[in-house]
Design a protein around this ligand. Structure first.
Ligand SMILES: Cc1cc2nc3c(=O)[nH]c(=O)nc-3n(C[C@H](O)[C@H](O)[C@H](O)COP(=O)(O)OP(=O)(O)OC[C@H]3O[C@@H](n4cnc5c(N)ncnc54)[C@H](O)[C@@H]3O)c2cc1C
Length: 396
């Protein structure tokens, strides 16, 4: 593995880092606790700045108006973007839109790209991805109740979904639904583009999570699809290709999530060190003089560095051999990095004492928002099982 980073990438990372440092981090106190729609105009103004700097859509190929970064370079950019909860949003590289852009580029028809991808790339609309159901295990997504039944030139969708992130205010949803119940499990479902103003697209609520229901991009919706009819032209890719498309979206995307989590870990690590160095616990004694605090700092440093190396190695393997061959590496980083991040956030909060649980620092926001990392994109336990089964093959 080559550990050197090209000079052009270092320069780019510095530009992104500076933008986040100068334009977004100072707004954190002012944004704290305010509804998303209230701060949105300011975020939209920052998006214009990002465009002027030529940093808009870092993850998207040049021919689609993006920066055209390679997979590894973009992974490193993700770390920098995550230093603010709004970094990805301001660069138009936020979930779930970034994933939908990717699949529309890869599988969308010309008309689907014109109607849905273009405005998404321009930042004029938002989207969501509607797969998980309250009554079926998201960890076993081949088992789902939502159906899309062909009726003439339409599909008619029925089912209950939840945790459709950012559905509130989105222009369309990409919906996973069973189109052929008698096909082999991985060929049963398809993905359909459903405009959110379609009759039968019923957003029931933004689900309150850890005390916050949120709104707009910062929310997770429960949606009932009730005789929701879309034209057959809204099928994404082929009928029955739903899981293949979902895999194309999730596999490499995990690298980006993990690098985002490393960015969050670094930000919290810095806050922890600053606080330890500044906080007096007696007239002549700083918190940093205590061995427990030193242990947390040293352990966090080692764990974040180890996590980053694991992720970059997995990214390198995807680049060299493809996502399928890197499946075990991808599963390893998913659970390892999520846990490192949670440990570092928790230690940083502890070092801040009562201040750590207030909204006067960003720590509490990260603690609340990022706990989900161990659940989405496949619960950690499922990924551990993939890794262990692969290892155990050598012993059978
Ligand atoms: C913040 C957040 C955002 C999300 N956004 C979206 C979105 O935009 N679109 C969407 O479709 N979904 C989204 N999800 C849903 C997410 O994909 C699911 O929550 C996830 O797949 C887990 O499914 P589940 O919640 O049904 O848990 P279950 O499948 O019921 O699993 C519950 C627990 O059981 C254990 N478990 C499950 N399987 C195994 C196993 N094989 N071995 C050992 N233990 C196991 C794990 O501990 C797991 O956490 C989001 C979830 C969260 C929390």
């Amino acid at each position: 593995m080559d550990f050197s980073i090209p000079a052009a990438t270092i320069e780019l990372l510095q530009r992104v880092r500076e933008f986040i440092q100068v334009e977004l981090i100072p707004l954190e106190r002012e944004f704290s606790g305010r509804p998303f729609l209230e701060i949105l105009p300011e975020l939209m103004a920052k998006r214009e700045l990002v465009k002027q700097l030529g940093l808009w859509l870092p993850q998207i190929p040049r021919e689609y108006g993006g920066v055209g970064l390679g997979f590894l370079d973009y992974a490193m950019v993700c770390e920098q973007l995550a230093r603010s909860p709004y970094g990805n949003f301001v660069f138009n590289a936020q979930a779930p839109d970034a994933g939908n852009m990717e699949i529309l580029i890869e599988f969308g028809s010309e008309e689907q790209q014109r109607r849905w991808l273009r405005p998404l790339l321009d930042g004029k609309i938002r989207s969501c991805f509607s797969m998980t159901e309250p009554d079926r295990p998201g960890s076993n997504p081949v088992w789902m109740d939502t159906t899309a039944v062909r009726d003439g030139d339409s599909y008619v969708i029925n089912g209950l979904k939840w945790f459709t992130s950012s559905a509130d205010g989105a222009a369309f949803a990409v919906v996973m639904a069973v189109t052929n119940p008698s096909a082999p499990p991985h060929e049963r479902a398809s993905q359909l583009i459903v405009p959110t103003d379609t009759p039968g697209f019923n957003l029931l609520r933004n689900i309150s999570c850890m005390g916050h229901a949120g709104e707009d991009w910062e929310s997770h919706a429960e949606i009932r699809y009730e005789d929701c009819r879309v034209p057959i032209e809204n099928l994404l890719g082929e009928e029955g290709a739903g899981f293949r498309i979902a895999q194309a979206r999730l596999g490499p995307g995990r690298i980006h999530h993990c690098m985002r989590w490393i960015g969050i870990s670094e930000r919290c690590f810095e806050l922890m060190c600053q606080r330890a160095a500044e906080r007096n616990i007696s007239e002549n004694d700083k918190l940093a003089s205590k061995q427990t605090i030193q242990n947390w700092i040293a352990d966090s440093r080692a764990e974040i560095d180890a996590a980053r190396l694991l992720v970059l190695h997995a990214a390198w393997k995807i680049d060299r051999d493809g996502a399928k061959q890197a499946r075990v590496e991808i599963s390893t980083i998913k659970f390892f990095v999520a846990e490192v991040m949670m440990k570092v956030i928790d230690r940083a909060i502890q070092v801040h004492g009562a201040l750590g649980i207030t909204d006067d620092t960003i720590l509490a926001t990260y603690y609340r928002n990022e706990r989900a990392a161990r659940i989405y994109d496949g619960p950690d336990e499922v990924h551990r099982s993939v890794v262990a089964r692969h290892i155990l093959k050598n012993y059978q």
